[in-house]
Design a protein around this ligand. Structure first.
Ligand SMILES: [Zn+2]
Length: 237
């Protein structure tokens, strides 16, 4: 499904994968839960491309629902894989990039089980990405360090079209935007700072790792910043 002329969201996959089209080939952002590879490959073929056209796979982070089909997609397409150093290490072992947090003694064993069951097939990341890098995708795709949800979380900003791919650092819920919070958040202060950093990009459209694409992105980001400004977490920054 097209968001803009060269940008697709691949429907029916958890979490949202995005396909970016350039004259020299395709770039995929995130790979969905384990078992999503066939859906993604089918979409690429139905859009009129060959699997060998997929040049790059970019990961926002190494959680099960974003990196779960990475190994299968890499095998099927031969695409080069890019992620932050920290998330690359998690992907190499197939483990969660951080522990799920809770003070509830009843939830602790459930979370420990989820971490065991949530392991993915390990995969090799070919290149590490750093804050401020600009990739040759969509006339300049900016790598933005948005650690907080996980220690090495990245977002990607296509400045030529004003579209932000925020992964799980900013989530789309009922057409509104919320920051990463709760047990899946590695560091709440850093997660809130990542939201404010992305607000400064003045994105028009926000493509999150979950939920619908938010077409009034800047307005929704401003609303989110207002919420953070009055939250106790933000006041501690
Ligand atoms: Zn997710």
């Amino acid at each position: 499904m097209k968001i803009a002329p060269n940008i697709h969201i691949i429907p029916g996959v958890t979490a949202n994968p995005y396909l970016l089209v350039d004259p020299d080939g395709l770039t995929l952002i995130d790979t969905g839960i384990p078992g999503s590879a066939n859906k993604i490959l089918r979409y690429i073929k139905q859009a009129g491309y060959s699997l060998r056209d997929l040049n790059r796979i970019l990961l926002t982070h190494a959680d099960y629902d974003h990196a779960g089909s990475l190994a299968a997609l890499k095998k099927a397409t031969g695409a080069r894989v890019y992620a932050s150093l920290y998330e690359a290490r998690a992907v190499a072992t197939g483990q969660f990039p951080r522990s799920l947090k809770t003070d509830n003694i009843f939830l602790k064993p459930i979370f420990a089980l989820a971490e065991r069951l949530g392991r993915i097939s390990p995969a090799h990341v070919d290149e590490h990405l750093y804050d401020g890098q600009v990739l040759p995708v969509l006339n300049g795709l900016h790598v933005v360090d948005t650690k907080g949800h996980t220690p090495g979380h990245l977002s990607f900003f296509a400045s030529s079209v004003g579209i932000l791919f925020s992964g799980d650092s900013i989530l789309s819920v009922n057409k509104q935007l919320v920051g990463s919070h709760g047990s899946v958040t590695w560091d709440q202060g850093k997660a809130d700072a990542a939201v404010l950093k992305q607000l400064a990009l003045r994105a028009r459209i926000v493509c999150s790792g979950h939920g619908e694409v938010v077409m009034d992105g800047l307005y929704r980001l401003l609303k989110l910043a207002e919420v953070l400004a009055v939250s106790p977490v933000y006041q501690r920054l």
